[in-house]
Write a protein of this length. Structure first.
Lengths: 650, 411
């Protein structure tokens, strides 16, 4: 190092007299000419640093040219230029300072600088500094992302240097965060790194968790005797406790420290290899169909020295006792890993709290879907007591209405706004027709109603299949419903689910308004409680039943449009929801909208909760949820909110 | 009341048994196995399967038509019975295959190696090779036959006990049984349920150790077995509903509260009939799936149980022969229509292809039968046996649908 410095000093003294007529960049290059010409990775650093730190505007061009192997040296005066091949063996040189062409030269008069890959990497690291302070914010962000993807110790210094001059506040924040993440991995001294680790202990972003996890990478090692001094041991694996005894022994065997354990298949292969006249070591082959007989034959082979012996339990135990299996941190400093473990633990607590929040949001959104699917049923089943198995098909009709409208009106926003009332109209009409033609003949015969409406349900499903085919039809949501509301790396909820939540609330309000504040609601309640009394008060029960049933069906249609936005529209769409919808109404308590709300909330949260405990398996979640509901009904047969007194009916 | 013999009290039983015997005889004579080949082996299988469906329809009629419990879960018991027998069939057959393939090895296989081989063969499709706990008895036909009865029986017992003791009745019970079916189907759909997920159990038509016997003969054996089971099931059901027990059941159907006030343990009766019919359904399933050859969780889906109710309703519930007629007719006609053998009807602007439109016809005819012929096809027999309902006219007097009518009160 000292030699280089001396050489530098010597060159610095000589420099001015040599290049009086050249610009500052050329001067700089000439200053470091010896190092540049040598092009060795070991010694080139001062030259690159000097160019990068010169503050000259052309420095970036020089480095890029150099890295791209486009920098050439003129042999006569040893000056450096950027060169372009204009003809075969003829190169045009450009001056770095002025950028102007100097002239065309034969290749023989020039010498190309060919930095090796090590040097090019160093130049690249130096270039990062320029990218980080590039005037274009897009390129600055790209540089940040590149660093984040593939972080190196050399990035830290230029990144830190670029922070004070950063004009954009968001990019500055990102730079600062990235600098912290780099510091905790590559910081020069322990206190700085510990400070950096501490500063992100409250940060739940994926990046900080990834950085800490990288810091805590462990490697499984095996040593003879105790773990060597100076290793940063994360945990010592005790065979039989943290680690399966056989697995531990196999690990030793893999490293070649002990003879391997023989699997039954190995024994069989060895035995098969030593068959001699229908016998293996004197044991007839035909009797080798039990493990004991095989062990005996194999022992005989071992005794004859024809096979390797199987390690006994005692040998295995001894081998395991003689070795230590341990996880060692790749990071040597114990203080740093301890701090990182602590920080990660505190982050994990925060993350799990946020996950609970996220889960709650998921639960709410699932509950609002169930509520939306069930609210029509809450009217027809809950208020009127009519079992409508075709309710799911009304949901499907609503979804297909939305699909057809989208085929006619290309603007998604307008088409949804048209589809909602249209779906209501279509399913209202279908509901009224069904009530008039079928259901009104079957009041007081609930089981027959169930079967008749089921007949309608399979007919409607098949008709939909015949018209629209079996493949799923898309119902695309408008652009402003795309994307998600992201609170942080853990908590996010898509806009469409928020919209469905809002829609569910709207329907709750609408239902309450119609039932409690309008004449239709009053008449419906009267007819449900006592049709003959209501009739003698001048209410037409037929008309009221028809309208109420139509209303319930119409709401199912609107729910269908909403459900179609996130689920694929198929003819089976409705039957996927029908059982859950009935469950929602029954669990909540028949005849009470708040009960339906409570039922939807309970089923939604429960399903998400079970899914969370067993994330790989939504099918299992549904199974357990249904079992839970069956048991729940044991304890509250009339649902969460049971009607009391006369309203209960019987 | 003097005790009459069962046959004298139920002339329909003799007629039914005679018809069934004649049918079995005719199919046997004309089957491929007997040389004539007028009825193909696959159609013999279809007929055998139909007999099994008739058996489960009888179970449904007992529980719904007589006891008034609209269970939408009996196909789950049917499927469970099929799974139980399927486990042995698949295990034993795979064992034969594995033993044959290992016989060529230089060293004879140990028992553990054979079992490993079977596990690999059976569970390879779901990415596993170990036997789950539920297969613990699969090696033994006797144990597995006991399970055919025990598993659905115990499930029905537990479910029924839970449901009936909390007085879940009517539509609520229907929905609850439907939920049970859905839960079971969803559970079986998982790969780690231990029953091969949605692949189900397959190759059940091959009886272990009977490779040299042609399918034509085997299909005939199963037809006889199904016919025997149906005959026994019909006889049992007739016996159950003809005595005092049957009267109590019908009483429960018509007015549960009154029967309870008369001192009968309504829950006990319901639980008994629910469990017994579940067992009958399971036996029907155990005979059905070896003829079908494959069972998967889709068979258990709630829709299947609803179709069962449809058959019984079309045939006429509350009479055992009605259930049999409904199941046989609807399932055979469905096979005929969905099999694409019915010619399409060209309307000029649209061609009605029955494969697509049969479901619609079935659904709508179901609505029409519910509305206009609640007695179903079986009601036709009343025309010449003279069993007619009381001629009720006018408005009813009380608040309940069963109350006296205006003109009855006058008389």
């Amino acid at each position: 190092m000292r030699v280089i410095l001396l050489a530098l000093a010597a060159i610095l003294c000589l420099a001015p007299s040599l290049q009086a007529q050249t610009g500052p960049v050329q001067d700089l290059l000439q200053t470091h000419r010896a190092l540049i010409e040598k092009g060795s990775r070991k010694s080139i650093a001062p030259a690159i640093d000097a160019i990068a730190a010169s503050g000259l505007t052309e420095a970036q061009t020089v480095l890029q040219t150099w890295q791209a192997k486009d920098m050439w040296q003129r042999k006569e005066d040893k000056l450096f230029f950027r060169a372009e091949e204009v003809a075969k063996k003829t190169y045009r040189l450009y001056d770095f300072d002025s950028g102007e062409a100097v002239g065309d030269f034969d290749k023989g008069d020039l010498k190309q600088l060919k930095p090796n890959s090590g040097v090019r990497a160093m130049i690249g690291a130096a270039l990062v500094r320029f990218q980080l302070s590039d005037p274009d914010p897009v390129r600055r962000l790209a540089a940040l992302e590149a660093i984040q993807r593939d972080a190196e110790a050399s990035h830290l210094e230029p990144l830190r240097a670029s922070i004070p001059d950063e004009p954009d506040a968001t990019i500055k924040a990102r730079k600062e965060q990235l600098a912290t993440l780099l510091t905790l991995r590559f910081g020069s001294d322990e206190p700085t790194r510990l400070k950096a680790i501490e500063s992100i202990a409250t940060n739940i972003s994926l990046d900080s968790r990834a950085a800490l996890n990288t810091l805590l990478t462990t490697k499984r090692e095996i040593s003879v005797g105790p773990a060597p001094e100076g290793t940063n041991v994360a945990a010592i694996m005790k065979p039989g406790k943290d680690l399966d005894q056989d697995a531990a022994y196999d690990m030793l065997a893999d490293k070649g420290l002990v003879p391997p354990r023989l699997s039954p298949a190995d024994i069989r292969t060895t035995l098969a290899a030593h068959i001699d006249g229908g016998k293996v070591a004197g044991v007839p082959v035909a009797t080798l169909n039990t493990d004991e007989a095989r062990a005996k034959a194999y022992a005989a082979l071992v005794a004859q020295g024809m096979a390797q012996s199987q390690p006994t339990d005692g040998e295995i135990a001894a081998a395991l006792a003689a070795h230590t299996i341990y996880d060692a941190y790749v990071e040597p400093s114990a203080a740093v890993t301890a701090a990182a473990e602590k920080a990660l633990a505190s982050i994990k607590t925060r993350v799990s709290m946020n996950q609970m929040l996220d889960l709650a949001l998921d639960g709410i959104s699932l509950a609002s879907i169930f509520f939306l699917a069930a609210i029509g049923l809450a009217i027809t089943f809950g208020v009127m007591g009519v079992i409508n198995m075709a309710h799911g098909e009304f949901i499907m009709m609503g979804a297909y209405t939305g699909y057809v409208v989208q085929q006619l009106i290309p603007n998604y926003t307008v088409s949804i706004l048209v589809a909602l009332p249209l779906a209501f109209a279509v399913t209202f009409a279908a509901g009224v027709a069904m009530e008039r033609l079928v259901i009104r003949w079957l009041y007081n015969r609930p089981l027959e109603t169930l079967l008749a409406t089921f007949g309608i349900s399979i007919a409607l499903q098949q008709i939909a299949k015949n018209i629209f085919g079996t493949q799923a039809r898309p119902l695309t949501s408008p652009g402003w419903l795309d994307g998600a509301w992201v609170m942080n790396d853990v908590v996010s909820i898509s806009y469409i689910r928020i919209a469905i939540f809002v829609l569910a609330l709207t329907f709750l309000a609408l239902f309450l308004f119609i039932m409690k504040r309008t004449r239709l609601g009053l008449e419906t309640r009267a007819v449900t409680q006592n049709p003959r009394m209501a009739a003698s008060m001048g209410i037409n029960p037929d008309r009221v039943n028809m309208l109420t049933f139509g209303l319930g069906s119409g709401i199912a249609g609107i729910a269908g449009v909403a459900i179609g936005l996130f689920a694929k529209v198929t003819s089976e769409l409705g039957s996927d929801y029908i059982v859950q919808s009935f469950m929602t109404v029954v669990v909540g308590g028949v005849g009470n909208i708040w009960g339906t709300l409570a039922g939807a909330a309970m089923i939604g949260f429960l399903q998400k909760g079970i899914e969370w405990m067993n994330p790989s398996n939504t099918l299992a979640a549904q199974t357990y949820m249904i079992i839970f509901i069956i048991i729940f009904i044991q304890f509250r047969p009339r649902g969460i909110i049971a009607l009391k007194g006369r309203a209960a009916g019987d | 009341m003097t005790r009459q013999p069962l046959f004298a009290k139920n002339p329909s039983l003799l007629i039914f048994l005679a018809c069934l015997a004649l049918f079995t005889l005719l199919v046997t004579v004309f089957s491929e196995a007997m040389g004539t080949g007028l009825i193909s082996t696959s159609f013999v299988k279809t007929l055998g399967k139909t007999l099994c469906l008739c058996l489960i329809a009888i179970a449904m009629d007992l529980v719904w038509g007589y006891a008034g419990i609209l269970s939408l879960g009996h196909f789950a018991f049917f499927g469970l019975g099929g799974y139980m027998i399927g486990m042995w069939l698949m295990y034993a057959r795979t064992r034969d295959i594995v033993v044959t393939s290992m016989a060529n090895a230089e060293i004879p296989p140990t028992n553990a190696e054979v079992i490993d081989g079977i596990g690999n063969q059976i569970f390879g499709v779901v990415g596993s090779s170990d036997f789950p706990l539920v297969w613990a008895f699969a090696h033994s036909l006797t144990l597995q036959l006991i399970l055919v009865v025990a598993v659905p029986g115990i499930l029905a017992l537990i479910f029924g006990w839970l449901a009936f003791r909390s007085r879940v009745t009517g539509v609520y019970l229907s929905i609850l049984t439907q939920a049970m079916t859905l839960a079971l189907a969803l559970y079986l759909f998982q790969n780690d349920s231990g029953l091969r997920g949605n692949n189900g159990l397959s190759g059940l038509q091959n009886l272990p150790g009977a490779d040299h016997i042609p399918q034509a003969t085997i299909s005939l054996w199963f037809l006889w077995a199904s016919a025997l089971a149906l005959a026994l099931g019909y006889g049992f059901a007739t016996w159950v509903v003809s005595g005092k027990f049957g009267s109590v059941l019908r009483g429960i159907r018509d007015d549960e509260a009154r029967v309870r006030f008369l001192g009968y343990s309504v829950e006990g009766y319901k639980l008994f009939i629910f469990t017994v019919t579940a067992i009958i359904a399971a036996i029907a399933g155990a005979l059905y799936y070896p003829q079908a050859g494959i069972i998967n969780p889709a068979e258990i889906a709630p829709i299947a149980s609803i179709y069962l109710a449809v058959w019984v309703a079309i045939g006429g519930r509350g009479r055992l022969y009605g259930a049999v007629i409904g199941a046989a007719l609807v399932s055979l006609v469905s096979t005929w229509f969905t099999g694409g053998q019915v010619p399409s009807i060209p309307l000029g602007f649209y061609t009605i292809d029955w494969v697509d439109w049969w479901q619609v016809v079935l659904g709508l005819s179901f609505v029409l039968i519910t509305l206009f012929a609640p007695k179903g096809i079986g009601g036709l027999f009343d025309l010449f046996t003279g069993r007619t309902p009381p001629n009720r006219h006018g408005k009813d007097l009380g608040p309940d649908s069963g109350a006296l009518q205006e003109q009855e009160a006058d008389a």
